[in-house]
Design a protein around this ligand. Structure first.
Ligand code: ZN
Length: 316
């Protein structure tokens, strides 16, 4: 019986995969080819300020950039719908944001963030002080002791980096999904596979196929975004894979990137991130990347041989 079941599932699985490749299935269940709706997610908000600079917060910069990006996209890509996860200073947990994006049936999720690196601590000999101390025999003696001066200077880290959900531990990831079915179902329901059962080999194959496609598209966009930033003279810390701290990218049922637009911890970049010129440059680079991404998908000339390496870490 088990053998028969396995055979049946394999057969149906192969048929389903073939149907998907030939475009024979219900069109509602097809991966969408073009880019019709882009979800813009301004990071943090409300009670969650994100990283702090000398005078500004990540949440405010993310919102300002996202609103500007929305306006620019409406002008530059009029055939694309823009869905914003927030347009005001409000907080929603990433689970809610992921659900919003899935319910909006976006074709792409772009999360806007600002980076931060811890300040560098310094310690320097300032002077010597004469103090009276007791020696080991209990006798009072005077002694010269060094006094140090400590201070923190801003971390010089600067530039942009674009993250995608790491795909380097695929099996582990799928295992984690089976363990946490609720989380998984959340994202799958929007994939219009509402009756998804992670233990069902047919659905599992379909999921894997989509998952692979989303990964490749996310990687393509991430690399393109970084290329466009470099054209404005920004330092690119590259497109990177990561799994920590960017769960939202994994929970949305669409290709997804998280763009770190600059370091709020670097005074020069904090000014840039808050300036009109800086925000226009950032948005222009992202719009150009989105246009290139859309064009490559719609003209099927996408070559997603990206060289994204796993992240060494960083800060959200
Ligand atoms: Zn952030």
């Amino acid at each position: 019986m088990k053998m028969l079941r396995f055979f049946f599932f394999t057969l149906v699985g192969l048929m389903a995969l073939e149907g998907l490749a030939n475009g024979e299935n219900d069109p509602k269940k097809q991966p969408r080819q073009g880019v019709r709706r882009i979800v813009i997610d301004a990071g943090h908000g409300g009670s969650d300020p994100g990283a702090r600079g000398r005078y500004s917060t990540e949440k405010d910069i993310c919102l300002a950039i996202s609103l500007r990006l929305e306006q620019m996209l409406k002008q530059e890509m009029p055939d694309v719908d823009i869905y914003m996860t927030r347009k005001t200073d409000v907080f929603d947990p990433v689970t809610v944001k992921a659900r919003m994006a899935n319910e909006a049936k976006g074709d792409l999720f772009v999360s806007i963030h600002v980076n931060s690196a811890e300040g560098i601590r310094h310690r320097e000999l300032s002077h010597y002080e004469t103090r009276t101390v007791k020696n080991s025999k209990g006798k009072k003696i005077t002694k010269k002791v060094p006094v140090y001066r400590t201070w923190t200077s801003p971390n010089p880290a600067k530039g942009t980096e674009t993250f995608i959900w790491g795909n380097n531990k695929n099996e582990e990831k799928l295992g984690a999904m089976q363990e946490n079915e609720n989380l998984y179902l959340d994202s799958v329901s929007a994939r219009e596979l509402a009756d998804f059962d992670p233990y069902d080999p047919v659905k599992f194959q379909l999921y894997s196929l989509k998952s692979k496609q989303y990964f490749e598209r996310s990687a393509l966009l991430a690399v393109t975004v970084e290329e466009e930033f470099q054209k404005f003279g920004r330092i690119s810390r590259k497109a990177q894979q990561r799994q920590k701290g960017i769960w939202v990218l994994h929970a949305v049922a669409m290709p997804a990137v998280l763009i770190e637009t600059g370091f709020i911890s670097n005074p020069e970049e904090e000014d840039y991130l808050n300036s009109e010129q800086g925000q226009i440059e950032i948005c222009t680079a992202i719009v150009r990347a989105l246009k290139r991404y859309k064009f490559s998908l719609e003209n099927k000339s996408s070559n997603t041989q990206s060289s994204i390496s796993p992240s060494r870490g960083g800060q959200r």
